[in-house]
Ligand binder design. Structure first.
Ligand SMILES: [Zn+2]
Length: 580
């Protein structure tokens, strides 16, 4: 299986391995090794290029520990759960929907606990470990709980997602963007989910890295100014409708997907295209990527439209690696309600509007004598009451009863005059809607290894794009001789001074060194040979086709830099040399 070959190399060559191996390991935790840590950073920096630089969404960094109030407001304390069941014999715990899927093959995501319990008993599903009886299904909260402070009186949680760290300081971010929609803010960092029994390697981690963008838009305007640039991108779409009808996915241009209403808005469609381009830049080809729309049963009740970006794997089937959702105004509204802070945005009309408005005018000459000392607080309380409500009550009852600080006052219609006046409105206050692309960096990392890996005859190649490969160039002496080694080391050091990740290797035959280099995806190798001593030239070897060209040492630095930044391709270089 390709997965096993890739994970084997990942472990052996220093990309990725299970954490805490010395203490027999803990499921759901992985270490990034020397090459893995650089590769992961390169993937994250590529993501920054897309979202921070090109889209202009600034990045923030908020704490990974959050107080309970914030996660109560976001809904995580009450709803961030998985259905759990326990074996009465061996006491092992399982995710109910997962073992049902394993046992009978049906997808039961979104079913209530009662329904899941019924499926377990109706289908006679037993403990996959010992065959014992399984308990009723209950909701298990996935957050890691902790306490904040020495007295431990304040409950905290490790954050289950990075997004909340963007919603909470929304007012400051809005001010930073001068109060204008749309704007986007991103955050990259660790998030935590205490998965019940993760058994899918790097696919289901308890500590993982997210990259999320929260794009705040006017609910009435979900357009994207650069949509024309992506309108012809081809997407493999698997709409909810096609899934329900048991049909296959279809290839469609972004423009057609929008026009046909398959995807709900221009902004959302644009985000799907961006995700497709990003994966392509990481060496994950379009034919192993699909965009699957959430069925109404899996979609959160507040969401307007959700798409998972999935990649094909030989071991786990289609795996979600990115989620792109239109979350409506849910997040800002609930934080507003819980915190009592106004998180609305003022949207200015292009032209101010004049509207008729009913206002209440208390007749002061009667008010004072009638209510004496209470008059002031009654007048103050009246300001908060909608005039049309008073007008309606007058119509029904002929008077209005006003409660102020526990006392009730009878206001007859001769005390209050209702007047219609013209009011000029410059705009309206609304909760912005949020479009959220949410990337699982670890799963993307896995997808990159899986889909850049290839085997040609007995040769193993990791075809990582040159701009994300952890080692950019290897420098070898052809033979392990002092004079060749000395020049090779000088070249390596000069490359390092030029900010290029360069490694030196002189052990074993040159063939073995090339093979090792290909296996970890080093795109280029510079080789110093016997002739170098006379002509000051070296060969550059291209990983993907083993072709070589010979250039002066003085050109090596610029050439490697240009190749690494994808400014030129190896093919360009070959043509250039042929012509000169
Ligand atoms: Zn059991």
């Amino acid at each position: 299986m390709k997965n096993d070959e890739v994970m084997n190399i990942a472990k052996k060559r220093g990309f990725l391995w299970s954490s805490f191996e010395l203490y027999s390991g803990v499921a759901g935790f992985f270490d990034y090794g020397p090459l893995g840590a650089i590769l992961k950073n390169n993937i994250m920096n590529k993501w920054r290029e897309y979202y921070v630089i090109r889209e202009g969404f600034f990045e923030i960094e908020s704490p990974t520990i959050m107080p309970e109030e914030a996660l109560k407001a976001s809904g995580h304390v009450d709803n961030f759960t998985d259905p759990m069941t326990e074996c009465k014999d061996c006491m092992e715990v399982f995710r109910a929907d997962h073992i049902i899927k394993e046992a009978i093959g049906s997808d039961v995501e979104g079913l209530e606990n009662e329904e899941l319990s019924k499926v377990l008993s109706d289908e006679n599903i037993c403990c996959p470990q010992c065959g014992g009886y399984l308990t009723h299904v209950w909701s298990y909260n996935l957050m890691f709980q902790t306490v904040i402070g020495a007295k431990g009186k304040k409950t905290g949680y490790l954050r289950p997602e990075t997004a909340q760290g963007i919603f909470i300081p929304f007012k400051r971010l809005l001010r930073f963007y001068r109060g204008k929609l749309p704007f986007g803010v991103v955050q990259m960092g660790k998030a935590y989910r205490n998965e019940i029994s993760p058994r899918q390697g790097v696919i289901r981690l308890r500590e993982f890295t997210q990259a999320e963008a929260e794009i705040f838009v006017n609910p009435l305007d979900k357009s994207h100014p650069k949509f024309c640039e992506v309108a012809y991108d081809i997407l493999h779409l698997y709409s909810a409708e096609r899934q329900s009808n048991g049909e296959h996915m279809v290839k469609m241009s972004a423009g057609d997907a929008l026009e046909s209403g398959t995807i709900s808005s221009e902004m959302l469609t644009y985000q799907l295209c961006l995700a497709g381009r990003f994966l392509n830049d990481l060496g994950i080809p379009g034919n192993v990527v699909r965009f699957r729309q959430h069925l109404s049963s899996e979609m959160a009740h507040y969401a307007i439209d959700c798409w998972d970006v999935e990649i094909e794997t030989d071991k786990y089937g289609w795996v979600e690696i990115i989620g792109i959702a239109d979350r409506s105004d849910y997040d800002l509204k609930s934080h507003s309600q819980y915190s009592k802070e106004d998180l609305k945005v003022f949207i200015e009309y292009s032209q101010s509007k004049v509207v008729k408005k009913l206002v209440v005018k208390p007749l002061m000459s009667k008010f004072g004598p009638l209510f004496k000392a209470d008059a002031t607080k009654i007048l103050e309380a009246l300001k908060d009451i909608d005039a049309s409500q008073i007008a309606n009550t007058f119509k029904d009852k002929g008077k209005y009863e006003l409660e102020v600080e526990g006392s009730t006052y009878q206001l007859s219609s001769d005390l209050l005059e209702l007047q219609e006046v013209d009011e000029t409105l410059r705009g309206v206050k609304i909760y912005p809607h949020v479009i959220e692309p949410s990337y699982g960096i670890d799963r993307i990392f896995y997808a990159v290894l899986l889909h850049c890996y290839c085997k040609e005859d007995d040769k193993v190649l990791l075809r990582l794009p040159a701009d994300i490969a952890p080692v950019e160039v290897n420098v070898f002496p052809l033979l392990n001789k002092d004079d060749q080694s000395r020049i090779a080391l000088e070249i390596r050091d000069q490359l390092r001074n030029d900010n290029i990740v360069a490694e030196y290797d002189s052990s074993g035959t040159i063939g073995r060194r090339y093979a090792r280099s290909d296996e970890i995806g080093v795109p280029f190798a510079v080789t110093v040979d016997h002739d170098t001593l006379n002509d000051n030239k070296v060969t550059i070897r291209n990983r993907d086709d083993s072709k070589q060209i010979r250039i002066p040492i003085s050109d090596v630095y610029q050439v490697i830099k240009d190749l690494s930044n994808l400014k030129i391709s190896f093919k360009d270089l070959e043509n250039e040399i042929l012509q000169s």
